[in-house]
Design a protein. Structure first.
Lengths: 296, 305
């Protein structure tokens, strides 16, 4: 990507870089210093996790500690799977995150479509209400939330994680913006003139034209569900129902002797799928966060 | 749905009136059932001695008077605010500088850097907790090894109150600084260039431009991030839990880093005293509410004054 950009600039004969507001010219040494330190700080813990995960467990206790990866990763990995039902946990997390992401895209888009394109009484007020709910610290209702889930018989059941997360205020807000930007009113009206009902218009016109925004929301929802910890810890007690994060905590707290090699191997397995999901479309996610920030 | 020929015409006119409500209903149902109702019902539970298996006995305000007299509650309150301040203030300051740098002239790899600052944010809090617990270990932690190497005294990070708060705050900072930097960066890009051009003509340097144009222009965004960090920061839970290892629920041997949410979890889901846990939840809720109002008032005074 960067190469193409550079070539384009070279071809156009423009100097690289400065289309920036503040002064043309080269980045200062300060810029380089800040960026170097930032990247180092951001990336080092990942490197360290792999170093510890792949070295002999005693190596982390050496002085000086091992600072380069070793060859014990696979041993530690099988130890992870032996101590907690990690395969099951990966499957559970994948199941939950996929359902939450799919549900959030669908239901948020549906609500976002209503707020962006349909007329009804109280539309603006209701939308303000949706935004307002984002400020409510929902975690504090955890006791009745648990009582409710218990009442429904969903303790140790993945539905306890999926149903409450199936649609969020952020998702509705995000989709309303996307539909407002990507779908012209004329298109919706034309569909109505052709006799398409509102749902048909939604399914065959609105949804296809917001695919990029829907994908970003889906990724956000997936990452959020994958990383969620507090709520799964409350409602999942039996190891068979554990998600990855709860299994990681189990791995950490059950051991009599702290074995960082095994713990870090668990983290590597739990984090790498997410890093892949992120790195591939990372550009869109970065853009998504910045766009969301502008509009809020 | 009514059927038949007479209803056909009715149905055609109906969509404009009821269908939109159907489309937005899922959100309000889910929020009502799993969000609003539980928060309100927490107040009801907090007025009882509420055991998940046994009986519910009316206590009136007893849980609250007990809470006010409970040193563990005040300990957790102090810890929560301490960790919140230590993590939020430097975090937002660093994010601001980072955003300014990312917004400045940069030769290439612009997107690469933006992704790099965001990677910590997509890492799970449990993973971050375990990694940092190792880094801040007393005997074999990398931080103490570094301290040794440069001739500083080793620190028993989890044992001390302030040192454990620093370690926990560093986890929060590591995860959220980049995210906030991206939000600031987005807002910076909508500041009109002309402001900077005028300042440059006046001979203002980069630092002066940053302090006198960028920061004031970002005020609404800064207020937004302060409010969001307050709501999140006062509910810190997983970082201290993981940092405490096996005794995580206590927040350390002498509760030196037990936060309010951790205290809530301990009372409610380890000791199964739902009534008391609910009282803690409401107390925390009130604190968050008060701080949000203070934030809002303060920001209004600043922006009008």
């Amino acid at each position: 990507m960067t190469t193409t950009l550079r070539q384009d600039r070279a071809a156009a004969g423009t100097p690289p870089g400065p289309r920036r507001p503040r002064g043309a010219g080269r980045p200062s040494w300060f810029t380089y210093l800040v960026l170097a330190v930032t990247v180092l700080v951001a990336v080092f813990p990942f490197y360290w996790m792999f170093v510890v995960a792949s070295n002999d467990s005693s190596a982390v206790n050496d002085v000086p500690p091992a600072l380069v990866p070793g060859g014990n990763f696979l041993d530690h990995m099988s130890e992870v799977f032996a101590r907690v039902p990690f395969g099951r946990a990966l499957a559970n997390s994948f199941m939950v995150a996929t359902c939450v992401a799919t549900g959030q895209v669908f239901f948020s888009a549906l609500a976002g479509y209503a707020f962006a394109k349909l007329r009804f009484h109280g539309r603006n007020l209701l939308f303000v209400l949706v935004i307002g709910t984002m400020m409510v610290p929902l975690q504090l209702g955890v006791v009745p939330q648990f009582l409710l889930i218990n009442e429904l018989g969903w303790v140790n059941d993945l539905r306890a994680l999926i149903v409450p997360g199936i649609v969020t205020a952020f998702g509705v807000f995000w989709m309303r913006q996307a539909i407002d930007n990507a779908v012209p009113d004329e298109l919706v009206q034309a569909a109505a003139v052709d006799g398409a009902g509102t749902f048909r218009t939604f399914w065959s016109i609105v949804l296809p034209s917001i695919r990029p925004a829907a994908a970003v929301l889906g990724l956000f929802a997936f990452m959020f569900a994958w990383n969620d910890f507090f709520w799964p810890l409350i409602v999942l007690n039996s190891p068979r129902s554990f998600t990855v994060q709860v299994a990681l905590r189990q791995l950490q707290s059950q051991a009599y002797v702290t074995d960082y090699g095994v713990q870090m191997a668990g983290i590597v397995i739990a984090t790498v799928p997410l890093l892949l999901v992120f790195v591939l479309p990372g550009r869109q996610i970065v853009g998504g966060i910045m766009e969301g920030a502008l509009k809020s | 749905m009514p059927t038949g020929t007479g209803a056909g015409a009715l149905r055609r006119r109906l969509p404009g009136r009821t269908v939109p409500y159907l489309y937005i209903a899922p959100f309000f149902v889910v929020f009502g059932v799993f969000g609003l109702f539980p928060i309100v019902y927490t107040g009801w539970v907090s007025l009882h001695e509420w055991n998940p298996i046994g009986t519910h006995a009316w206590l009136g305000l007893r849980n609250y008077t007990d809470l006010m007299a409970d040193p563990r509650f005040w300990n957790a309150t102090v810890n929560t605010f301490s960790i919140w301040i230590i993590s939020t203030v430097p975090q937002l300051a660093v994010a601001l500088v980072l955003a300014a740098v990312l917004n400045g002239p940069m030769l290439r790899l612009r997107t690469g850097f933006r992704m790099a600052v965001l990677v910590p944010n997509i890492t799970s809090v449990v993973a971050v907790g375990i990694i940092f617990t190792q880094l801040f270990g007393r005997d074999f932690g990398l931080v103490n090894w570094l301290f040794d190497t440069v001739g500083l005294d080793r620190v028993d990070w989890p044992a001390g109150r302030l040192s454990s708060h620093l370690a926990i705050a560093s986890m929060v900072m590591w995860r959220w600084t980049g995210y906030n930097a991206l939000i600031y960066l987005a807002a910076m890009q909508s500041i009109p260039r002309s402001l900077y051009e005028v300042a440059e003509l006046d001979g203002a340097g980069r630092v002066r431009q940053f302090l006198h144009i960028t920061v004031p222009q970002l005020r609404p965004t800064i207020i937004f991030t302060v409010i969001v960090s307050t709501i999140g920061g006062l509910q810190v839970f997983a970082e201290p839990l993981v940092f405490g290892g096996q005794a995580g629920t206590d927040g350390g041997q002498s509760r030196q880093f037990q936060t309010l949410t951790l205290f809530l979890y301990e009372q409610g889901f380890r000791d199964l005293d739902f009534g008391y846990a609910s009282a803690i939840a409401w107390a925390l809720f009130v604190m968050i509410l008060v701080l949000s109002v203070v934030n809002y008032r303060l920001s209004r005074r600043i922006s009008t004054g």
